[in-house]
Design a protein around this ligand. Structure first.
Ligand code: BV8
Length: 230
């Protein structure tokens, strides 16, 4: 990466960066949402209406995660994180743990994580593997209210202050593998432009926000990300 004028980097990732590891994206032909309506698996109302369906949707994805590995794009970002002396923050919309398994450290899961369970009673999150059935008790407060630690539609994403602080300081904003369909993540590129950052998109196809990027490179993340980081 030509680091002449760059001191602070924010990288936004979406489901596309994990696609070549074998994890389904959301809005492609065989996407996760294809099997389910968002309203049926990713809203607080869905969890209240049909907890078994919501838990099964996330249990299946948590089980699948144990079978896959980080790919060259995750590895390239982890290497950049380790080598970059300036400020850097990877903001992922993904709930898989492939960035951390590749070695990334400066990382925020703004939509939650599959390997975590949240207590709807006391608000505490705890590491979780395996199935998570409705009515599982929280180890902290004993209430039978554990749920997937996932940010549903209509819920506030995690660490938004930290994210906006990083974007305000960034002079490079890179978006990788996201359709730009979901807010507030889809609005980060505009915020970065207003902060004066150079904005680059790496994606398999044009996204909803492509026109907002200074540069859009189309192709698979496992080719584009190592090329960018090199
Ligand atoms: C909130 C849970 C406020 C985790 C998800 C403003 C305008 C309009 C609407 C809104 C707005 N503000 C808020 C909203 C409502 C809503 C929203 O955005 N709705 C949309 C549908 C219009 N947003 C919210 O509700 C958010 N909350 O704003 O709260 C608030 C304020 C006060 C008080 C309380 C609340 C919460 C959003 C989070 C929802 N949770 N999922 C999970 O199940 O995984 S969203 C879901 O979509 C995932 O998190 C996912 O990460 C996210 C985005 O999808 P992508 O990652 O982009 O994946 P997608 O499949 O779409 O695209 C993949 C891309 O990769 C494609 O472009 C493809 O071409 C590319 N690709 C594929 N293969 C490759 C590749 N690229 C490179 N290489 C490859 N090999």
């Amino acid at each position: 990466m030509n680091s002449d004028a760059i001191s602070s980097i924010v990288i936004l990732t979406g489901a596309g960066i994990s696609a070549e590891s074998g994890l389904a994206t959301f809005r492609g032909p065989d996407g996760l949402w294809e099997g389910h309506r968002v309203e049926d698996v990713c809203t607080p109302e869905a969890l209240a209406r049909d907890p078994l369906l919501v838990h099964r949707f996330y249990d299946e994805r948590r089980a699948k995660l144990a079978e896959v590995l980080p790919n060259a794009a995750h590895d390239a970002l982890a290497a950049l994180d380790a080598a970059w002396a300036g400020d850097l923050l990877i903001v992922t919309q993904n709930v898989d743990d492939l960035h951390e398994r590749a070695g990334a450290r400066r990382l925020v899961h703004m939509h939650g994580a599959l390997n975590s369970a949240l207590c709807a009673a006391c608000g505490k999150a705890a590491p979780w593997s395996g199935a998570l059935s409705p009515g599982t008790a929280c180890a902290g407060c004993a209430a039978p209210r554990l749920r997937p630690d996932i940010v549903f539609f209509g819920e506030m994403p995690y660490e938004m202050d930290r994210i906006y602080d990083a974007i305000a300081e960034a002079n490079l904003f890179v978006s990788i593998g996201t359709s730009g369909a979901v807010y507030p993540a889809a609005g980060f590129v505009q915020t970065a432009r207003e902060a004066g950052a150079r904005t680059i998109e790496l994606n398999l196809e044009p996204s909803a926000g492509s026109a907002l990027f200074d540069e859009s490179r189309m192709g698979p993340a496992t080719r584009l990300v190592p090329d960018l980081v090199r």
